[in-house]
Design a protein around this ligand. Sequence first.
Ligand code: GRF
Length: 217
Amino acid sequence: MTLSIAVLISGTGSNLRAIHSAIEAGNCDASIAAVISDRRKAAGLEFAAQHGIPTRVVAMRDFADRTAWNGGLTEVVDQLSPDLVVLAGFMRIVDGQFVDRFEGRIINVHPALLPAFPGHNGPEQAIAARVRLSGCSVHLVDRGVDTGPVLAQAAVRVFEHDTSESLHKRIQKAEHRLLPKVIDDIARGAITLGEKPVLRHEPEEDDEIFYSVPMAP
Ligand code: GRF
C-alpha cells in the first residue's frame, strides 16, 4: 500500500530530499502529502515547493504558547490524514496531545545509536564519549525525548580526527539510506507498527541496516 506521509522539518531537509529521491526512483512506496515546518525559512520548504509538494508553516510565534502551537500542529497534520508522520530533522519536541493523536504512527530519525546519546547534539555527544562506532536510529515517537522503540539503525565509524560536524555528515549519509528504507518497509508490511512493532522479513546477511524490532513469531 502506498503510504501517505506527512514530513515535518525545521531546516535543510536533506532527509526529505532522500525520501523524495527514493520515491522517484521507485524504492520507497510512499507519497508525501505535505511538508510541514515550524520555521518559515527552512530550506526544505523551498525544495518541497519546487517539487510540487504542498507545504505548511506552523511557527511558534504565531501562537500564544507552546500548548496552543502544539494544538495547531496537531490540527494541520490531522487535516492531511496521513498514514505515517515522519519527523525528519524537526527540531521541536511534540507534546502529549500530538503523540496521542498519531500514536504508533510517528517516526523520528536521530543521529546516534539510541539509547546512547539522545536529545540534542548526538554527534557531539559521541565525540565527547570517544566511541568508535556511532550511527543513526529510526524510532517510534512516544512521550519521551528519543525514548520510543527503535525500529532500525545504521552504523558508521568514528575516527580519531573527527569533529562533530564531520561525524554528523557521515551519519547523515547513513540516514539518507535508512529513513526511506524504513518507510518502504512499513509501506510493504515488512515492519508493522502499533504498540509492539514487529519485523516480518528475515534481514539479508550483508544488510547494512540493523533491525531492532523482534521477528514475528
Ligand atoms: C538529521 O541529522 C536528523 O538526524 C536530526 O536533524 C538532522 C536534520 O537534517 N534530527 P536534515 O534537515 O534532514 O538535513
